[in-house]
Write a protein that binds this ligand. Structure first.
Ligand SMILES: Cc1cc2nc3c(=O)[nH]c(=O)nc-3n(C[C@H](O)[C@H](O)[C@H](O)COP(=O)(O)OP(=O)(O)OC[C@H]3O[C@@H](n4cnc5c(N)ncnc54)[C@H](O)[C@@H]3O)c2cc1C
Ligand code: FES
Length: 295
């Protein structure tokens, strides 16, 4: 059982959840993730460890409510429990001195990019973060990145804030003006694919943090298979970061939508509950977790 120490909203449908997990906090390195179970018999979902405070034994997760499990998790508050948090999993980001490093985050991808950007800055790189969202309220963590000395270029699809247009247009301009040593891309699959297309002509090292469907997160189930340079890799143990110029993004996108009908049906079930039944479900989740937590 993992107690939630803090929970708040940072954007529409995006929650910041700080969890008491001392062992994970002590071992975490940038780029790694955890597999979380929200209900006792529920599915396991991977979430990036955005921050870890080894001294306080806390890890910070950002969760976007896009389906049943993430929606239920988003409704939990400080004092509630998560049934299971396994990790840290995956290989850490390759943090080294690149000179100028650009981190491109789209939507919730900025939360995944955040620890990588901080790690790169701590290693002495000049870091430029190009972060995008549909509109102003979906541009995440700008203040937190700026506070770490990172130059931020915010972009919005609708022009309501920062630069009008996609993050890839801003990246195309940055690589003309700057001698960029590496680009990290985190976000929706089409965005990461487009970032790879922008940097390919100049052969700038480009790393994408892939988001395939994961189940166990330990290389046992094969659920997270991806193709990189014509070879099959398991993103949970070989990644999640790979050379973006070698990733088969089309296959990744196809595999990620394989369970769409099932996921939609589960979300429809949740949304069709009336308020009292929804409250009851949440009370059951809280009750089951609290019961397991008590000695
Ligand atoms: C390494 C990694 C790190 C991630 N980090 C974050 C993060 O920090 N914050 C965040 O909000 N999300 C993150 N995700 C995505 C998150 O795991 C999915 O949004 C979540 O699993 C959706 O579950 P659901 O039941 O709410 O939605 P569903 O309705 O079940 O699914 C919605 C969509 O989410 C994806 N998805 C569903 N199940 C899984 C699964 N088991 N594993 C991976 N993707 C799945 C699919 O693309 C699906 O179409 C990460 C994914 C990976 C692989
Ligand atoms: S999630 Fe099962 S092998 Fe990677």
């Amino acid at each position: 059982m993992y107690r939630i120490a803090e929970a708040d909203s940072i954007a529409p449908d995006v929650r910041r959840i700080v969890v008491e997990a001392p062992r994970i906090a002590g071992k975490h390195r940038a780029g790694q993730f955890v597999i979380v179970r929200v209900t006792p018999n529920g599915e396991r979902i991977p979430l990036t460890i955005a921050e870890a405070d080894a001294g306080a034994g806390l890890i910070t997760l950002f969760v976007q409510a896009i389906g049943r499990t993430t929606t239920l998790m988003s409704e939990l508050e400080a004092g509630d429990y998560l049934v299971d948090v396994a990790g840290p999993l995956g290989r850490a980001s390759e943090i080294k001195l690149y000179g100028t490093a650009v981190v491109v985050g789209g939507g919730l991808g900025t939360a995944i990019a955040y620890p990588i950007a901080c790690g790169l800055a701590d290693a002495g790189n000049r870091v430029i973060a190009i972060i995008g969202g549909r509109s102003k309220e979906y541009v995440l963590l700008e203040d937190q990145l700026t506070a770490r000395g990172i130059e931020v270029i915010p972009c919005t699809d609708d022009g309501s804030y920062g630069r009008h247009g996609f993050v890839t247009a801003a990246l195309a301009d940055v690589i003309v003006d700057e001698d960029v040593g590496v680009v990290f891309a985190t976000g929706p699959v089409p965005m990461m694919s487009a970032v790879a297309d922008v940097t390919r002509p100049k052969q700038i090292e480009t790393i994408a943090s892939l988001n395939p469907i994961m189940v166990d997160g330990t290389g046992m189930c094969g659920g997270c298979r991806v193709e990189v340079g014509g070879e099959t890799k398991f993103a949970c143990v070989d990644g999640p970061e790979f050379d973006a110029h070698e990733v088969d993004f089309e296959l990744l996108q196809r595999r990620n939508t394989s369970y769409r009908a099932f996921e939609t049906a589960r979300m429809d079930d949740l949304q069709s509950l009336d308020a009292p039944h929804h409250e009851q479900l949440l009370a059951d989740v809280r009750g089951a977790c609290a019961a397991e937590a008590s000695p």
